[in-house]
Design a protein around this ligand. Sequence first.
Ligand code: AHG
Ligand code: MN
Ligand code: MN
Ligand code: MN
Length: 334
Amino acid sequence: MTLIVSIGGNKHGKTDPYIKKDGVELDLILLIRTILAATKEIAFRVSQGELSGVLGSTLDENIQGEVQKKLDVLANQLLKDMLSDDDSVRSIASEEEEFVVPVHSTAPYIVAFDPLDGSSNIDINGQIGTIFTIYRARDDVAANSPEQFAQLGTEQVCAGYVLYGPSTYLMMTTGGPTRGYTLDLTHGGYLLTVPEVTLSQDSMEFSANMANYRYWQEGVQHYFDQVLYSSEDYKDVTMRYNGAMVGDINRILIKGGVFHYPSDARAGNENGKIRLLYEANPLAMLIEKAGGKATAHGKRIMALPPTSLHQRVPVVMGSNNLVDEFDKAIFSNS
Ligand code: AHG
Ligand code: MN
Ligand code: MN
Ligand code: MN
């Protein structure tokens, strides 16, 4: 059933009873609306594809060592500009920015985002998205300090993503359950379409880049040998991999299953590829608030003390049984 409720209510005075139930303060609701306004603009450009001139690469590299796509840069700029105009924002961190961007020195919140997740899907009209997270600002460190963001994932006051798929879909939690909203192009708002997302626990759907098998540690290889070839317990297994974690996690939240991006032997991938601040923590919160689990080397992702802004972590997240089985197989003796 579609409830005609937009985030935090709308100009006609309708309130959003769900977000209210989470005890979300008005300034946070308004900040979420700023982020969502930027995503609507990105969604429009994405839907215009080739016509809006956003496909293809730039000549620049980001701090992650990746060639930036035009849309990485555009989405980053849009979010940065709109958030810089919001009085509630003290600091911004982004996958595409080397340093923390200071905004308003006494504002209550800090925002981090992956402006465009799944960059390799841009030019093929595949799934892409924006991932965001909000924390309370720290008064004991400066607005431009990376320490602002050295907070545990458990401190997130809001986490979400917008998936630019056949429909534009927002998955978000403000501390209560994970909820799904669909962008209604006729009136321009995100409408609540799934008030409470509950992760299925009996799925056998795996999501991993199997081409990295040769670089994985032996224990991980052995586990996947069991899953794919030998164990009768996994005879119903199936695999789906998007190249955009946001798409894989969206499928897992709706249908169940598990996402893996383990550490591997390639230079720079000692801790895998997924970034703790922009990807792992917000997606972990969405998964946990839907009843699933998210771990890194057998430890809860949201309880990992961050060590640097662009830190990477190995990731397993999804249905409890599949996360537990993996962690037990690999880390029970460590
Ligand atoms: P981004 O496009 O923001 O750089 O993130 C891409 C990430 C993640 O979304 C995806 O699951 C993973 O990288 C894909 O990596 P591989 O191509 O190594 O499988
Ligand atoms: Mn990238
Ligand atoms: Mn990403
Ligand atoms: Mn990105």
